[in-house]
Ligand binder design. Structure first.
Ligand code: RNT
Ligand code: ZN
Length: 414
């Protein structure tokens, strides 16, 4: 009997069907961000990241052209189990001869057609999209949609509109709605004199952007944040602001795991939103002491997030997007490690005796609840994980491939 067959029996004794766990996981889409591959720089002009976010490290082999990034994505995605989508930022526009002639307020689907072609060729589930409100000369005094300067606001509103138009085309191209996340870097380093003004401008700018978007093909969300580097004292797009905005406008909230106070956790927030929204979105990330966007690993908070998605029957309600960027290690490895960690966490949650645990809570049998939760941690989970990889045509070792790609491709880049 194989290790999997034996473990399957051990799980069955606990009331867990590993076959159904594996089959469910295969169909949960994970939106994988393109920006791990090039340290969030994009192709539309900038060579330095700004907007309060930062990559650290200078591991060799960073992708510098669309061709390189596509090659890296293809290599990484081939080693990711399950259903994968590609998450693009507007700054990844492939402008060709229009470079330097068109700005972000004029982008159209034309500049993303190579991405559609690429996505279809490598067989992904679809493309998600983000307007890029950072790392651009038109960010004035650190502000975009909240700027008191009308021309600045107008430019970024137009960029938001163009992004929703592009998203609709991306949705149509893959026959599945395109998820669009709006995050702006706006904020103040020191104590502001006016907190309401920026928030009113943000509300009104968003209303403009969202006027008449294609509801069939676009799923918009807003991402809050507590602070950014250089914008420590005030963030107009706070949690309260966006939760109220999304609720009153019929759109969605996106929660990034690095965007709350250090003792707050996103796993604790998911159910509160599920009580009021049909959908919610996540940026799965790993903050270490601050919003550091470390590569996600198979640790407790990630497991807790996965449990919330699985236990609350929210697999079709929670849009899972990854958001981390580490420039200090091999970027292909960072991508695959992160995506596999998300998959592991979901499989882990799917193989817990969830119904039994809930029953114990409802019966107030907290002694047995603690016992069973601890017992579950000792189950032969790795056998189920290996079987899942096998059925996806993969193996646990992706490191050897990472090393050969580094030797053959990455190390030859200048
Ligand atoms: C920044 C936000 C945002 C970005 C990406 C690149 O703090 O998390 O989501 O990381 O859009
Ligand atoms: Zn994020």
């Amino acid at each position: 009997m194989s290790r999997y067959d034996e473990s399957k029996k051990i799980y069955a004794e606990l009331g867990v069907d590993t076959e159904s766990a594996i089959n469910t996981l295969k169909n949960i889409p994970i939106s994988v961000h393109c920006w791990q591959g090039d340290d969030v720089l994009g192709f539309d002009g900038t060579d330095t990241l700004s907007g309060g976010i930062q990559t650290t490290g200078n591991y060799p082999g960073v992708a510098k052209t669309p061709e390189q990034l596509m090659a890296d994505i293809e290599y990484a995605f081939k080693r990711m189990p399950g259903k994968v989508r590609l998450n693009l930022h507007a700054s990844y526009a492939i402008l060709g001869e229009d470079k330097g002639k068109v700005d972000r307020d004029q982008y159209t689907i034309k500049y993303f057609l190579p991405w559609i072609e690429f996505g279809k060729r490598i067989g992904i589930d679809g493309i998600d999209f983000n307007p890029t409100f950072f790392a651009h000369p038109k960010v004035k005094d650190g502000l975009t949609l909240t700027s008191p300067d009308e021309a600045t606001r107008k430019f970024w509103i137009e960029h938001g509109k163009r992004s929703l138009e592009i998203a609709a085309e991306l949705g149509k191209a893959f026959g599945k709605p395109c998820f669009v996340n709006i995050w702006i870097p706006d904020g103040y380093k020191d104590i502001p004199a006016d907190r309401l003004g920026p928030r009113i401008r943000l509300r009104d700018s968003l209303d403009e952007i969202l006027k008449g978007y294609d509801k069939k093909w676009v799923i918009p969300a807003v991402e809050s944040k507590v602070f950014g580097i250089g914008a420590e004292s005030f963030t107009p797009g706070s949690n309260e602001f966006y939760q109220n905005y999304a609720a009153t406008r019929g759109i969605n909230c996106l929660m990034d795991m690095g965007h709350y106070h250090p003792t707050e956790v996103v796993s604790e927030k998911i159910s509160s939103l599920l009580a009021f929204y049909d959908k919610l979105a996540l940026h799965v990330s790993r903050p270490v002491r601050w919003d550091s966007d470390h590569v996600i690993i198979f640790e407790d908070e990630l497991k807790e997030v996965a449990k919330e998605i699985v236990r609350n029957d929210a697999i079709h309600k929670v849009i899972i997007g990854l958001d981390f960027f580490d420039a200090s290690i091999n970027r292909i490895s960072a991508w695959v490690t992160g995506q596999r960690s998300m998959e592991k966490a979901l499989l882990y949650a799917l193989t817990l005796p969830n119904a039994k645990l809930k029953e114990l809570q409802d019966k107030a049998d907290f002694t047995q609840l603690m016992y069973l939760q601890e017992h579950a941690k000792m189950m032969p989970f790795s056998d189920i994980w290996n079987e899942y990889l096998l059925r996806c045509g993969l193996k646990e070792d992706y490191y050897s491939d990472v090393v050969s790609y580094e030797n053959e491709v990455l190390s030859k880049r200048k």
